[in-house]
Write a new protein. Sequence first.
Length: 174
Amino acid sequence: MEYQVYLRPMTEADTDMVVAWRNKPSVKNYFIYQADFTREGHLRWLHEVVEKGHACQMIICDKEGDVPLGSVYIRDIDHSHHKGEYGIFIGEESARGRGIGTEAARLMIEHGFKELGLHRIYLRALAGNDAAVRSYEKAGFKHEGYLRDDVCINGKYVDIVWMAIVNEEKECED
Protein backbone atom coordinates (compact mmCIF):
# COMPACT_ATOMS: atom_id res chain seq x y z
CA MET A 1 0.00 0.00 0.00
CA GLU A 2 1.34 3.43 -0.95
CA TYR A 3 0.82 6.02 1.76
CA GLN A 4 0.59 9.79 1.39
CA VAL A 5 2.20 10.23 4.82
CA TYR A 6 5.12 8.92 6.85
CA LEU A 7 5.91 9.01 10.56
CA ARG A 8 9.05 10.39 12.15
CA PRO A 9 10.02 10.54 15.83
CA MET A 10 8.95 13.67 17.65
CA THR A 11 11.82 15.86 18.83
CA GLU A 12 12.18 18.79 21.17
CA ALA A 13 12.24 21.05 18.10
CA ASP A 14 8.57 20.10 17.45
CA THR A 15 7.43 21.45 20.82
CA ASP A 16 5.99 24.83 19.81
CA MET A 17 4.16 23.33 16.83
CA VAL A 18 2.70 20.46 18.89
CA VAL A 19 1.59 22.77 21.71
CA ALA A 20 -0.11 25.09 19.19
CA TRP A 21 -1.89 22.16 17.50
CA ARG A 22 -2.97 20.57 20.77
CA ASN A 23 -4.47 23.85 22.03
CA LYS A 24 -6.62 24.41 18.93
CA PRO A 25 -10.32 23.95 19.82
CA SER A 26 -10.70 21.68 16.75
CA VAL A 27 -8.20 19.29 18.38
CA LYS A 28 -8.66 19.93 22.10
CA ASN A 29 -12.43 19.39 22.06
CA TYR A 30 -11.96 15.73 21.08
CA PHE A 31 -9.50 14.87 23.85
CA ILE A 32 -10.35 13.46 27.25
CA TYR A 33 -7.65 15.70 28.73
CA GLN A 34 -9.02 19.20 28.11
CA ALA A 35 -6.51 21.44 29.93
CA ASP A 36 -4.32 23.75 27.86
CA PHE A 37 -0.95 22.34 26.89
CA THR A 38 2.17 24.27 27.80
CA ARG A 39 5.68 24.21 26.43
CA GLU A 40 7.01 23.16 29.84
CA GLY A 41 4.48 20.36 30.20
CA HIS A 42 5.21 19.04 26.74
CA LEU A 43 8.98 19.05 27.32
CA ARG A 44 8.42 17.23 30.62
CA TRP A 45 6.32 14.64 28.72
CA LEU A 46 9.12 14.13 26.18
CA HIS A 47 11.86 13.73 28.81
CA GLU A 48 9.99 11.82 31.52
CA VAL A 49 7.68 9.63 29.43
CA VAL A 50 8.78 9.33 25.80
CA GLU A 51 12.54 9.13 26.40
CA LYS A 52 12.01 6.52 29.14
CA GLY A 53 9.98 4.23 26.83
CA HIS A 54 6.57 4.70 28.45
CA ALA A 55 5.25 6.28 25.25
CA CYS A 56 6.18 6.46 21.59
CA GLN A 57 5.17 9.70 19.89
CA MET A 58 5.63 10.47 16.21
CA ILE A 59 4.97 13.39 13.89
CA ILE A 60 2.74 12.66 10.89
CA CYS A 61 4.34 14.19 7.77
CA ASP A 62 2.89 14.64 4.30
CA LYS A 63 5.23 13.01 1.78
CA GLU A 64 4.43 15.83 -0.63
CA GLY A 65 6.41 18.78 0.63
CA ASP A 66 7.57 17.05 3.83
CA VAL A 67 5.00 19.04 5.83
CA PRO A 68 4.10 18.11 9.45
CA LEU A 69 0.35 17.52 9.79
CA GLY A 70 -0.21 16.14 13.27
CA SER A 71 0.92 13.56 15.78
CA VAL A 72 0.27 9.94 16.62
CA TYR A 73 1.34 8.08 19.72
CA ILE A 74 1.13 5.00 21.86
CA ARG A 75 1.19 5.87 25.55
CA ASP A 76 1.07 3.98 28.84
CA ILE A 77 3.12 1.22 27.25
CA ASP A 78 2.92 -1.85 29.46
CA HIS A 79 5.96 -3.95 28.58
CA SER A 80 4.86 -6.79 30.89
CA HIS A 81 1.57 -7.33 29.10
CA HIS A 82 2.66 -5.98 25.69
CA LYS A 83 0.00 -3.32 25.29
CA GLY A 84 -0.45 0.43 25.05
CA GLU A 85 -3.03 3.15 24.38
CA TYR A 86 -3.24 4.72 20.92
CA GLY A 87 -3.93 8.37 20.24
CA ILE A 88 -3.80 10.79 17.33
CA PHE A 89 -4.50 14.36 16.39
CA ILE A 90 -4.40 16.12 13.05
CA GLY A 91 -3.21 19.65 13.75
CA GLU A 92 -3.53 21.08 10.25
CA GLU A 93 -7.13 21.63 9.16
CA SER A 94 -6.14 21.18 5.48
CA ALA A 95 -5.17 17.57 6.28
CA ARG A 96 -8.57 16.57 7.67
CA GLY A 97 -10.97 14.44 5.64
CA ARG A 98 -8.20 13.08 3.40
CA GLY A 99 -7.72 9.68 5.06
CA ILE A 100 -4.49 10.79 6.70
CA GLY A 101 -5.66 9.74 10.16
CA THR A 102 -6.39 6.22 8.92
CA GLU A 103 -2.99 5.99 7.20
CA ALA A 104 -1.18 7.28 10.28
CA ALA A 105 -3.06 4.76 12.45
CA ARG A 106 -2.05 1.88 10.16
CA LEU A 107 1.58 3.00 10.22
CA MET A 108 1.58 3.37 14.01
CA ILE A 109 -0.10 -0.01 14.50
CA GLU A 110 2.62 -1.59 12.36
CA HIS A 111 5.28 0.23 14.39
CA GLY A 112 3.65 -0.82 17.66
CA PHE A 113 3.49 -4.46 16.68
CA LYS A 114 6.85 -4.81 14.90
CA GLU A 115 9.13 -2.32 16.63
CA LEU A 116 7.61 -2.03 20.11
CA GLY A 117 6.66 -5.72 20.36
CA LEU A 118 3.07 -5.01 21.39
CA HIS A 119 0.30 -7.58 21.28
CA ARG A 120 -2.59 -5.20 21.90
CA ILE A 121 -3.19 -1.53 21.10
CA TYR A 122 -6.34 0.01 22.51
CA LEU A 123 -7.95 3.43 22.36
CA ARG A 124 -10.64 5.53 23.94
CA ALA A 125 -12.71 7.91 21.81
CA LEU A 126 -15.35 10.35 22.92
CA ALA A 127 -18.78 9.09 21.91
CA GLY A 128 -20.08 11.25 19.12
CA ASN A 129 -16.68 11.60 17.44
CA ASP A 130 -18.00 9.54 14.55
CA ALA A 131 -15.34 10.55 12.00
CA ALA A 132 -12.57 9.35 14.32
CA VAL A 133 -14.37 6.07 15.10
CA ARG A 134 -14.84 5.40 11.35
CA SER A 135 -11.13 6.09 10.79
CA TYR A 136 -10.17 3.70 13.60
CA GLU A 137 -12.44 1.01 12.14
CA LYS A 138 -10.80 1.43 8.70
CA ALA A 139 -7.39 1.03 10.34
CA GLY A 140 -8.49 -2.29 11.89
CA PHE A 141 -9.59 -1.38 15.41
CA LYS A 142 -12.61 -3.33 16.70
CA HIS A 143 -15.27 -2.13 19.12
CA GLU A 144 -14.87 -3.72 22.54
CA GLY A 145 -17.11 -1.64 24.73
CA TYR A 146 -19.06 1.48 25.44
CA LEU A 147 -18.38 3.15 28.78
CA ARG A 148 -21.35 5.19 29.92
CA ASP A 149 -20.65 8.49 31.73
CA ASP A 150 -16.98 7.55 31.93
CA VAL A 151 -15.35 11.00 31.98
CA CYS A 152 -16.35 14.46 33.17
CA ILE A 153 -15.63 17.16 30.58
CA ASN A 154 -16.77 20.77 30.90
CA GLY A 155 -19.16 19.93 33.71
CA LYS A 156 -20.83 17.06 31.86
CA TYR A 157 -20.33 13.28 31.93
CA VAL A 158 -19.41 11.88 28.54
CA ASP A 159 -19.54 8.34 27.17
CA ILE A 160 -16.43 6.64 25.83
CA VAL A 161 -16.09 4.21 22.92
CA TRP A 162 -13.43 1.55 23.70
CA MET A 163 -11.68 -0.07 20.73
CA ALA A 164 -8.61 -2.25 20.22
CA ILE A 165 -6.56 -4.14 17.70
CA VAL A 166 -4.63 -7.32 18.52
CA ASN A 167 -1.49 -8.71 16.92
CA GLU A 168 -2.47 -12.36 16.47
CA GLU A 169 1.14 -13.28 15.64
CA LYS A 170 2.58 -12.07 18.98
CA GLU A 171 3.26 -14.95 21.35
CA CYS A 172 2.64 -14.45 25.06
CA GLU A 173 5.96 -13.98 26.83
CA ASP A 174 6.08 -14.03 30.62
